[in-house]
Design a protein around this ligand. Structure first.
Ligand SMILES: Cc1ncc(COP(=O)(O)O)c(C=O)c1O
Length: 381
């Protein structure tokens, strides 16, 4: 099965018809505990925080899609990131990007920072800066590409080369691209993290996270923290992510196409001063994105001429695009990063332009999406 195409794996990987009933969909297994024939003699499951059949199916499926040795599911993207960051000990240092999801920065800075882990924020597109930031205590580089909300691109293979030379781990947040568009482990990363809340779930109805590991030993280390910290997803949440993944390739193709059409419309509108999208020829990371991704994704950010008041007006004026946090689902969303998703980085090196608007372009009709945006932008021209 692992030589099958991505679309086939998305539907079938890790999943067999249920041997007892023939059910073609993995059952939602709610039991919290499992019978043992004698002490320690069981069918692979003991207690549902440590392992659950629905979760195991989800983990096998997504690990296969990422080309990983093993994968581990979590209750949220941040729970997944927290388990990975526990690989670091007090006194360890990590290199982080100058642009990342605000919650990731908060977790590194205000939670693991309190525990004695230090960090430097660096433009990861600048490999000299990455080298210069490296200290004897540096153990990890955290990559997010494309990044949230600026859609910056990092050359995963190039950063992995630097990290490998210094014996550090490379973690890639693959939430925006998904394994359908980008495979970080094949480019030299050690760990992939996901907010499965986004494209993998795909329908704004489940919060979840995932870690995929290139190496089985590393997966074991993360599995220890999955169990010890306890941030595991419910069986029903695992089922929802598994179901979402089955249509991931179909949805991503549509997200790619709709985002490209939206970008073209934004470029020609006088109220827009800058469009951030890695599919644009003039995007600084375009060549790298074209090389390491098979599509540019559904996320688009832009800056409006009138600054924050205009950005807020656009965000509240659309109708097909719903004003809401989150991203990666079938419905189109619009948000204002400075006040919403990235409020937690205000005043830090990761603070974002108050005139920035972020779109998660959904799978609706292209013409409706464009008409909706143009109408909202006309109000601030
Ligand atoms: C790129 C990225 N990584 C991680 C997260 C955190 O995931 P969650 O909200 O599922 O905890 C988010 C959430 O928006 C995100 O956008």
């Amino acid at each position: 099965m692992s030589t099958a195409g991505f679309e086939t794996l998305a539907v079938h990987a890790g999943q067999e018809p249920d041997p007892r009933t023939g059910a073609v969909v993995a059952p939602i297994s709610l039991a919290t505990t499992y019978a043992q024939a004698s002490v320690g003699e069981h069918l692979g499951f003991e207690y549902s925080r440590s392992g659950n059949p629905t979760r195991a199916t989800h983990e096998a499926c997504l690990a296969t899609l990422e080309g990983a040795a093993a994968g581990l599911a979590f209750a949220s993207g941040l729970a997944a990131e927290n388990a990975v960051l526990h690989l670091l000990a007090p006194g360890d240092h990590l290199v982080i990007p100058t642009d990342a999801y605000g919650g990731t920065f908060r977790l590194i800075d205000r939670v693991h920072g309190r525990g004695g882990v230090t960090h430097s924020a660096v433009d990861l597109a600048d490999l000299v800066a990455v080298e210069e930031a490296w200290r004897p205590s540096t153990r990890m580089v955290w990559v997010e590409t494309p990044s949230n909300p600026l859609l910056n691109i990092v050359d995963i293979a190039a950063v992995a080369e630097v990290a490998q030379r210094h014996g550090g781990l490379v973690v890639v947040d693959n939430t925006f691209a998904t394994p359908y568009l980008q495979k970080p482990l094949a480019l030299g990363a050690d760990l992939v993290v996901h907010s499965t809340t986004k494209y993998l779930g795909g329908h704004s109805d489940v919060v979840g996270g995932f870690v995929a590991a290139a190496d089985a030993g590393r997966a074991e280390e993360v599995a220890f923290f999955q169990n010890a910290l306890g941030g595991v997803p419910s069986p029903f949440d695992c089922f929802l992510v598994l179901r979402g993944i089955k249509t991931l390739p179909l949805r991503m193709d549509r997200h790619n196409a709709n985002a490209a059409a939206v970008v073209a419309a934004l470029e020609s509108h006088p109220a827009v001063t800058r469009v951030l999208y890695p599919g644009r020829d003039d995007h600084p990371g375009h060549a790298v994105a074209a090389r390491q991704m098979s599509g540019f994704g559904g996320m688009v950010s832009f800056v409006v001429a009138g600054g924050e008041p205009a950005a807020l007006e656009v965000a509240r004026s659309t109708e097909v695009f719903t004003l809401a946090e989150s991203l990666g689902a079938v419905e189109s969303l619009i948000e204002h990063p400075h006040r919403m998703t990235h409020a937690s980085v205000a005043g830090s090196a990761l603070a974002v332009d108050p005139g920035l608007v972020r779109l998660s372009v959904g799978v609706e009709s292209e013409a409706d999406l464009i008409a909706d945006l143009v109408l909202a932008l006309d109000r601030v021209r």
